[in-house]
Design a protein around this ligand. Structure first.
Ligand SMILES: Nc1nc2c(c(=O)[nH]1)N[C@H]1C(S)=C(S)[C@@H](COP(=O)(O)O)O[C@H]1N2
Ligand SMILES: [Mo]
Length: 525
């Protein structure tokens, strides 16, 4: 069994090293990706609802556990029939290559990493089998193994007879195996560590730390004073980039090189073209305050964040290409093959839809799409906010479906008018008497007109709204009330600039966003 684990370890370690060297995807991640893409939607939703954003870590761990178990079996089999062991490795390789073909047909490095890993596994198996053959079987009587030591002993001893009778855990044979095992383990471990470390080591010129963003040609005025009401516990108007929510299907975060990055604009256009980072940054960049939200956000959830983006207007980019009539879908693809369908008319209607390169005054963090992503105010992220974007194809909704659309989610998904209570914290305790109630509300690209609150299912009253720079962001709200000691509830509802007020009916996030009102309980003491 130990043999099998070591073989799997060698395959994983050297697969990781090869992936690092070729700047390709690690074999484990490739297999995980293929599983994610080809598992039925209900399984994916189940995983996300159970594990939340940790679903990726859980999946990777799952893949490793399965490999370890398979390795254990392989080890036992290989000790009796070495050929079957090698055949097992060939099977692993085939599965790995199939995963590459399913998800990353163009990633030769990923395929090479699988092959290198498997080859390392085969070498480890050969070395270990050779040393095992010279190892006495444990548990037999003393001296019975003398003959088994002839070969290992031969280099230093004249004959087996000269070797002191080895016990199960002593003797040159056993030691030979232990040496080989330790060697394989050390080599695999260092290979794996080196492979993980290489990308950041090779990171240089095109890395995030090296990318200098130009100042915007059209800088936005500073945020109006009063966007933050200063109530502790309410989401700050600008989300620090480190706290920005993260949602994506990527098992490992793509770390693209900005000097290698290119965006291809093609499909139903008159003048297809490619643009690289130098050229993009030489354009007149603009800024925009936009609150991004995830369609999976539950009522009261925190899959929403706000920042100031820097980028080039998507509409200008598309006009350069000349969008043909009938191209109602902008199908964008990320470097790792995720796809997103955005209504063309929304991007072209004059709103600040951006090909963004910066957020919060810095290049995009790797997790948020470095070096370039899309941001479209008013649309949920899954139909608009492609991170690590490398390809934009003008097409028709009738002809092609994006990743989540294929899995039963909506194709046109404007962000729904919504509000949240941040203070008091759900199930929090506050002193009785005067109590501050506060939170946020949003209806991107329509704007919030009013937020109303009620306590203990009483009458609604209007809260005070903070300042906002425009209609594309969330807004803080605050109000006060007086409560007696005991348990209380707070419910909130927002009205947007179209006059629409949040309904009370609860609807699940799938297919195009949750509805319902956030209601929290707190205790006054
Ligand atoms: N490449 C890529 N881009 C993506 C996704 C993804 O899975 N892959 N998820 C989208 C979804 S569902 C959301 S809500 C936003 C989240 O962006 P953030 O992680 O920067 O907050 O990214 C969008 N862009
Ligand atoms: Mo999302």
């Amino acid at each position: 069994m130990g043999v099998g684990l070591l073989v799997v370890g060698a395959a994983l370690g050297f697969g990781e090293l090869a992936a690092g060297l070729f700047r390709a995807t690690s074999p484990v991640v490739t297999v995980g990706d293929a599983l994610v893409d080809n598992s039925p939607p209900f399984l994916m939703e189940l995983a996300i609802s159970i594990f939340g954003t940790a679903d990726k870590a859980v999946l990777i761990t799952g893949v490793v556990i399965v490999l370890v178990l398979a390795g254990a079996v392989l080890g036992v089999v290989a000790l009796r029939r070495p050929l079957l062991g090698y055949a097992g490795l060939v099977l692993f390789t085939a599965a790995g290559l199939a995963a590459v073909a399913l998800r990353r047909a163009d990633d030769l490095g990923a395929a090479a990493a699988v092959v290198v890993g498997a080859a390392a596994g085969a070498v480890a198996l050969a070395l270990l089998l050779r040393s095992v053959r010279h190892t006495p079987e444990p548990g037999r009587g003393e001296g019975a193994e003398a003959s088994a030591d002839t070969e290992t002993g031969a280099s230093t001893q004249d004959s087996a007879a000269a070797v002191p009778a080895p016990g199960p855990d002593r003797g040159p044979g056993r030691r030979g195996f232990m040496f080989t095992a330790a060697g394989v383990l050390a080599a695999s471990g260092s290979a794996g560590a080196l492979g993980r470390w290489l990308p950041s080591l090779l990171g240089g010129a095109g890395s995030r730390a090296e990318l200098a963003l130009p100042a915007p040609a059209v800088p936005l005025p500073a945020l109006p004073s009063g966007v933050d009401l200063g109530v502790p516990g309410v989401a700050s108007f600008t989300t620090p980039s480190a706290d920005f929510y993260r949602i994506d299907t990527a098992l490992t975060i793509p770390r693209l090189d900005s000097t290698q990055w290119k965006l291809r604009v093609h499909g139903l256009v008159d003048r297809p073209f490619e643009i690289d980072m130098d050229e993009l940054l030489s354009r007149e960049l603009v800024e925009a305050d936009i609150t991004l939200a995830c369609v999976s956000n539950q009522v009261g959830g925190d899959l929403i964040s706000n920042t100031r983006w820097l980028g080039f207007p998507l509409a200008d980019l598309l006009n350069e290409a000349g969008v043909r009539s009938g191209a109602d879908q902008i199908l964008s693809t990320s470097s790792d093959g995720w796809t997103c369908g955005t209504p063309t008319e929304v991007v072209m209607d004059g709103r600040d839809a951006l090909l963004a390169v910066g957020m919060g005054g810095e290049p995009l963090p790797y997790v948020n799409g470095y070096p370039a992503r899309m941001v479209v105010p008013g649309l949920y992220g899954f139909v608009s906010a492609t991170k690590w974007v490398t390809d934009i194809k003008l097409t028709r909704f009738a002809d092609e479906q994006a990743y989540w659309a294929q899995r039963g989610w909506g194709v046109r998904a404007p962000i729904k008018t919504m509000s949240r209570v941040d203070v008091p914290a759900p199930l929090g305790r506050v002193g009785s008497g005067e109590v501050v109630l506060a939170g946020i509300a949003w209806a991107q690209h329509r704007g919030i007109d009013a937020v109303e609150v009620r306590v203990d299912d009483g009458d609604w009253w209007e809260a005070e709204l903070a300042a906002v720079p425009g209609i594309d962001t969330w807004v803080q709200w605050v109000t006060e009330t007086t409560v007696d000691p005991g348990n209380h509830s707070v419910e909130v509802r927002a009205t947007d600039s179209t006059g629409f007020t949040q309904p009370s009916e609860r609807v699940d996030p799938i297919p195009d966003g949750a509805t319902g009102r956030h209601r929290i309980r707190f205790t006054a003491t």
